[in-house]
Structure formats: structure tokens, C-alpha cells
Write a protein that binds this ligand. Structure first.
Ligand code: MG
Length: 319
């Protein structure tokens, strides 16, 4: 690629625009190489930002943890046509590569509590998933070791910088943006086995599809007024709005940070609306061949097919 010409020098004008213009941050694979970039529109071509500014780290976790991310600086990366990569030439990856923590909130939609006929929790119900559960936005969810595979669409919140004991009024300063998350669950292992601990039933490999991008917070006028839905084989099974969230994003960040330090790149899954398979009569479990699409307005959708895992015996891993 030719020598880039775009300047990253910040001007008073670009700084003033910082709070107004958002971006769609993506990780993608092109010719076997992993890169980070900006999706120019939902489902559109991608700007290879490192081709314009080689000082930008190649990996999202470094990009965030070195605090290279700055909306004004990204604004200055003009849409240099030499750095635009056609969508057909790339494959999107989960937009986070190495989150230190994936923190999940249970029973956090009022209509989901009504569905279960349980009281709305006064305090957030908190559990976690391992980062090894992350899956790319178009790759399979593996059906393995469970008879009760279930779906949960969720709004994911990405933390921009470290915080501890943050006030609710300042919590949004620590949000980088939002993504679509799928809290895939093995209900038999979550609720009936493993001594009542949720962790295992929430953390199988591929149990956290994520994407298609991180929409930076400047793009979302109100994260608590977004349509959220899940479709299985084209049929809508969950349909709600993030306005139904019991504990809102600033409160969740403030609450969690009382107990533990949140770090750059940490991910919070904010709970799921009603319609999940385990509360249906009869229950509806995902099966091989099912296509699950999770979608949130202003962010986009991820689409994962349920597959039997191809290797059922010990696999040799590269690392
Ligand atoms: Mg969940």
C-alpha cells in the first residue's frame, strides 16, 4: 500500500467534534492477517486504520489498553480510499480479543422477570463467562456436552479505561461503546448440574458470540432505548427494548466497581429480555442446523449457526 498521507494532528476544530461523531470499531481478518479497523456503515466496507497510521496497535486489546483510542484522533483518519477494504475481502472477528473480564448480569429485564414470575432483583445478579467462550459474529455455536442449549441476546458494554469505586454520575466516562452479545447457555449445566454454579453452563467454547463491531458511545444517543431481538431460523423469539433494563449501565458500572477494578477492554453483558427457550412451554432447545441471529438497533446483528463440534476427542492446540 502507498505511503499514507492523512494527518493525525489534532486541531481545536477536531477536538470540538470529538463528542459528536462515533465510530464502528471492528477486528477483521484479511489474507490470514488479523487487523483492526472502522466499519464505514453497518455491513459496509472497512477502513484499515493501521494502513493510514502505523503507530496504531494491530490488536484491539493493545489499542485500548495503551489508551491509543481517542475519538478525535480517529476522526482525523480520513477515509483514505487506499485504506478502504472491500467487505467481500474480509472476515469479521469478535471485536474484543482478550477481555480480562466478561461480567454478566442476570434477570436484568423487567419483562424477563415477569416471564419467570419472580420479583425484580433489588441488586444486580452478577456472574461471569470465560473469555475463551468468545466467538466471531458469523462462526458456529458448538452443540456439545448439553441437551439444553439456549439463546440470550444482550447489549454488551465495553469499558474504555480502568476504574474503581466510580460514581454513577461519572460512570459513562469509562464506557468505550456497545456491541451485540449472545449469552449462549447450557441450561442443564447452569441450573441442574455443577453444584448450582452457573459458570460452566455459561462458558463452553463458542458460548459468547460477539459483534459485529463496537459502536462507540458517541454514536448512541440513548443506550436505554434500543430495540433488541433474537431470531431462530428467521422466527423472532425475543423482542424487547433496552428501556426494560432494571439496572442501567451507569449504575451497573458504579456497582461492580465497588467490588473490583474494571479495566480497559472488559465486557459487561447487561442481561436478556424475555422469550428464552427454557421458559417456553414446552421448552425450546437449540439443535444442530439452527441459525440464531441477535440484533440491536443502531449496532447491528450477529448470525451464528449451531453445529455439532467436529472433533470429539482431545485436540492438539497450537498454544
Ligand atoms: Mg444472560
Amino acid at each position: 500500500m502507498s505511503k499514507p498521507v492523512a494527518s493525525n494532528k489534532e486541531t481545536p476544530d477536531s477536538s470540538a467534534k470529538r463528542s459528536k461523531r462515533g465510530h464502528r470499531l471492528v477486528r477483521f481478518e484479511q489474507d490470514g492477517e488479523l487487523k483492526i479497523g472502522l466499519e464505514l456503515s453497518d455491513g459496509g466496507d472497512v477502513l484499515d486504520i493501521r494502513a493510514i497510521d502505523p503507530s496504531i496497535p494491530q490488536e484491539m486489546w493493545l489499542f485500548m489498553r495503551q489508551r491509543e483510542y481517542d475519538n478525535g484522533k480517529i476522526d482525523c483518519l480520513n477515509e483514505d480510499q487506499r485504506a478502504v477494504v472491500k467487505r467481500s475481502d474480509i472476515r469479521l472477528k469478535a471485536p474484543l480479543d482478550h477481555p480480562e473480564k466478561i461480567i454478566c448480569i442476570g434477570m436484568n429485564y423487567a419483562d424477563h422477570c415477569t416471564e419467570q414470575n419472580i420479583p425484580i432483583p433489588k441488586e444486580p445478579v452478577i456472574f461471569s463467562k470465560f473469555a475463551s467462550a468468545l466467538q466471531d459474529p458469523d462462526e458456529p455455536i458448538y452443540l456439545e456436552n448439553t441437551e439444553e442449549l439456549d439463546f440470550e441476546v444482550e447489549l454488551g458494554v465495553v469499558i474504555s479505561k480502568s476504574c474503581r469505586k466510580v460514581e454513577e454520575s461519572e460512570a459513562m466516562d469509562y464506557v468505550m461503546g456497545y456491541t451485540v452479545a449472545h449469552d449462549v447457555s447450557a441450561r442443564d449445566w447452569q441450573l441442574k448440574r455443577n453444584g448450582g454454579q452457573w459458570l460452566l453452563g455459561k462458558s463452553f467454547d463458542t458460548f459468547c458470540p460477539l459483534g459485529p463491531c463496537i459502536v462507540t458511545k458517541e454514536s448512541i444517543s440513548d443506550p436505554h432505548n434500543l430495540g433488541i431481538r433474537c431470531r431462530v431460523n428467521g422466527v423472532t423469539v425475543q423482542e424487547s427494548n433496552t428501556s426494560q433494563m432494571v439496572h442501567k449501565v451507569p449504575f451497573l458500572i458504579s456497582y461492580i466497581s465497588k467490588f473490583l477494578t474494571l479495566n480497559s477492554g472488559d465486557l459487561i453483558l447487561t442481561g436478556t429480555p424475555p422469550g428464552v427457550g427454557c421458559f417456553r412451554k414446552p421448552p425450546m432447545w437449540l439443535k444442530a442446523g439452527d441459525v440464531v441471529e441477535c440484533e440491536i438497533d443502531q449496532i447491528g446483528s450477529i448470525r451464528n449457526t449451531v453445529e455439532i463440534r467436529p472433533h470429539l476427542h482431545a485436540e492438539k492446540l497450537d498454544n
